[in-house]
Ligand binder design. Structure first.
Ligand SMILES: O=P(O)(O)OC[C@H]1O[C@H](O[C@H]2O[C@H](CO)[C@@H](O)[C@H](O)[C@H]2O)[C@H](O)[C@@H](O)[C@@H]1O
Length: 378
């Protein structure tokens, strides 16, 4: 995919909030345009004194303002209404679809590529299994989708990988036979029962960011308090991360909200900020994301370094890109981006919306049923 195919200059998915001290230079904060590595070493804990010259202080102000603007630009770019107004959308859409064809249209080729390999399914939740709605507490999946995922999990090991708190996403999905990775993969749990793919008798639990719990809780409370004055803002505690929703906030207030979040996070250099669909996501600076969770789950399922495994990851959000990248680098399996609009992505295929995701999953189930002909209906 060339840059010409990218509709809006996509904002960087990670904005570093940690103070970076350049020993040889005068800049204290990274500039707005700088993109830090996806996951980086947590900076030293606060507490020490740094002496700052007047000039540095001025730079700090300027860079701070520029960075705030970058946040707001990034918030705008995550809005499809802004993408729609891009004049060259139709041309670019055609070209984008060529590079990221529909997974439904390419179904036969996908099945062909998976021949002789174990398919493992990874599914994001919001925007993938459930449609995006204004109220995050009402993002229900349909009964039909649940029935489809249930059948899918009988055919292939299946995991839900979500930015949400694991308990909450479980309450929406309500299928005990699945693997769950909540908080962007920082809270992993194996199937409670009924999965023929469950490995070993021990319950699988993995929480690489548990030391951050008190800090996340503190930030959550602070954000609740400080965003009270922004109508429509909603703060969600996702256990190992926090979401600040701006879907229902008047666009004129986005800058103010970004400023509030920024002012809270400046005291927490061990936290970083990523962005999803009209949501700012605050999480620990540990080197862990949905891509790492995918690798961890493959390993737990006994597929570490295997070439006869075929992982398929379906997701709609920027945070899903970490998983798409892992699959691209591994060279087997692939990502499917759920989007109606062209986006810069490492996914190989696309689907437009959750109903198409359901069609794709149903076709996988049906294909499996036919390939196991003679065995009882799934
Ligand atoms: O990784 P995901 O499962 O996609 O979780 C990412 C965020 O999803 C939720 O927010 C998104 O969906 C909401 C309901 O449709 C919508 O109102 C919001 O604008 C979207 O960003 C969830 O509420 C967040 O906590 C997750 O971080």
């Amino acid at each position: 995919m060339t840059n010409q195919n990218v509709i809006a200059s996509e904002p960087k998915s990670t904005i570093n909030l940690a103070i970076t001290v350049h020993v040889s230079g005068s800049s204290i904060f990274p500039t707005a345009a700088q993109k830090p590595p996806a996951a980086q070493k947590p900076p030293a804990a606060p507490g020490g004194f740094i002496s700052i010259s007047r000039k540095d202080l001025l730079n700090l102000e300027i860079n701070g303002a520029a960075r705030l603007n970058a946040w707001v630009d990034s918030m705008r770019a995550s809005s499809p209404t802004h993408l729609k107004s891009t004049p060259s959308l139709t041309d670019d859409q055609g070209s984008w679809v060529l590079h990221h064809p529909s997974a439904l249209d390419m179904f036969e080729q996908i099945i062909e590529a998976s021949k002789g390999k174990q398919i493992v399914m990874f599914l994001d939740y919001d925007g993938t299994l459930s449609p995006i709605v204004d109220d995050p507490d009402r993002a229900f999946m349909s009964k039909k989708m649940r029935a489809t995922v249930r059948k899918l999990a009988r055919c292939f090991p299946t995991a839900i990988v979500s930015g949400r708190c694991r308990d909450k996403v479980y309450k929406f999905v309500r299928l005990a036979e699945l693997y769950y990775a909540g908080s962007h993969g920082m809270d992993i749990k194996g199937p409670a029962k009924g999965s023929k793919y469950k490995k070993g008798s021990e319950a699988l639990i993995f929480q690489p960011a548990s030391e951050f719990l008190p800090m996340i809780d503190e930030v959550y409370k602070e954000l609740i308090e400080k965003t009270k004055s922004t109508p429509g803002a909603k703060v969600e505690n996702n256990k190992f991360c926090v979401s600040v929703h701006f879907r229902c906030v008047d666009e004129k207030k986005w800058s103010e909200l970004a400023q509030v979040v920024r002012s809270v996070l400046k005291d927490y250099p061990k936290l970083r900020l990523t962005q999803g669909r009209k949501v700012l996501e605050i999480r620990p600076t540990i080197k862990w994301d949905k891509g790492k969770a995918l690798e961890f789950l493959l390993e737990s399922l006994g597929f570490a370094n295997c070439t006869d495994v075929f992982p398929v990851y379906i997701g709609d959000d920027r945070t899903d890109e970490d998983a798409f990248k892992v699959l691209r680098e591994r060279g087997h399996g692939f990502g499917i981006l759920v989007s109606k609009y062209p986006k810069d992505t490492s996914a190989s295929y696309s689907l437009q919306e959750p109903t198409q995701v359901m069609d794709f999953l149903q076709r996988l189930v049906e294909w499996k049923r036919v390939s196991l002909q003679g065995q009882p209906r799934l």
